[in-house]
Design a binder for this molecule. Sequence first.
Ligand code: PMP
Length: 454
Amino acid sequence: MRDHNFLIENNTKHMWQPMAHPAEAMANPPKIITGAEGVRITDVHGATVIDAVGGLWNANLGYSCQPIKDAIAEQLQVLPYYSTFRGSVPGPAIELAAELREWFAPDGLTRAFFTSGGSDSIDTALKFARQYHKIRGEHGRAKFISFKKGYHGTHWGGASINGNQNFRHNYEPLLPGCIHIPAPYPYRNPFGETDPERLAELIAAILEDEIAFNGADTIAAFIMEPILGAGGVIPPHPSLMGKIREICTRNGILLIADEIITAFGRTGAWTGSRLWGVQPDLLCFAKAITNSYFPFGGVMISERLVDTFEKSDSKAANIGTGYTYSGHPVGAAAALATLAETKRLNVVENAAARGTQLFEGAQALMAKHDLIGDVRGGHGLMIGIESVADRATKAPAAADKMAVVAETVYEAGVMIRVSGPNIILSPPLVISAEDCDTILAALDSGFAAASATA
Ligand code: PMP
């Protein structure tokens, strides 16, 4: 391995980063991470900090989960790869599908389809939704509805249903037939509605209106994150997903749950759909399925689709999509070990308790710092802190202020994720109460430092 000076000298010289302007990244090079242990990461300069980002919402069990590392090493010796395309299947993929069927039984999802990550899973679910309607002879059902501020990955399908201009504008035109409705975001919405329950009613009414306007027979699916993540952590009112489920069912529209972040315990429930008491038709997962140690994802499929596909003798039910690494044996082995550890550690309980601690702590920071305009959370380890230049106008905080917050917090021993004016906290689900106290103290110093700058 090259020495650290090589890394520092070559940082950003030969590589573009996702979600970053190349020139900006060169001017402000990213932190070079060289090691990790427990819930902490170490940078090239030897600083060790708490990872309040949890990798990218995916290192749910932290970085020292030996059973997963062992499972990966063993599987590499036995069978490092084989394909899942028709005619063959690696053993661990079969085992994982059986295990997932048990995990997702309460959600009514009984078949798995494997992918290499979150964006793959989303585009697969969109395709399955269209295909389901085609098998049933409803060829006109091609459109998708999603939330503004939603994030569904970066492939063409995902980009087209994404609700954030940053991920759309430079790539337009995107897929036609993608309809966006307002997010359940009480802090900012077109109606000035601050009551989450009334906002949920309005959004349900808008959805009904859009369906009527387009014609239900043109719509394939509604897709949503049970709690919007990358959009700044926006939990809807508990009634909203149920209302959407009912509207979809009544109109023959499929409901896709994008649980790339929320599956496997992050919300303090095993799935986000279960948190809201809803059974989706398709559920996308990735990230925490391998605790981030191997790129892997999938789609869980409900009985309704299973019946339609498996009982069809038409060519329309042929699955014409999939990836070289679908069901990768090393990923599947990593996933099996991750699920076993996730269950053994019962991480949902800690996610709920530490989530409450961080949420309440962040609310206390809001009482202290005018820079904080809104704090969102209350459902496990997903907390959003939105910064404003002015509480009355809600003008977003300037990027340089956010940079001061992030840098000061880092110096105080914590890595956070800043996305526009939002700070997103999504630490590993195994984080301790003491480490959460450190995160809150670091944020306190960060907001104090940013407030003190002109
Ligand atoms: N959907 C959601 C809700 C996500 O948060 C993400 C990734 N952050 C994706 C989809 C895309 O996943 P990936 O980056 O693994 O392609």
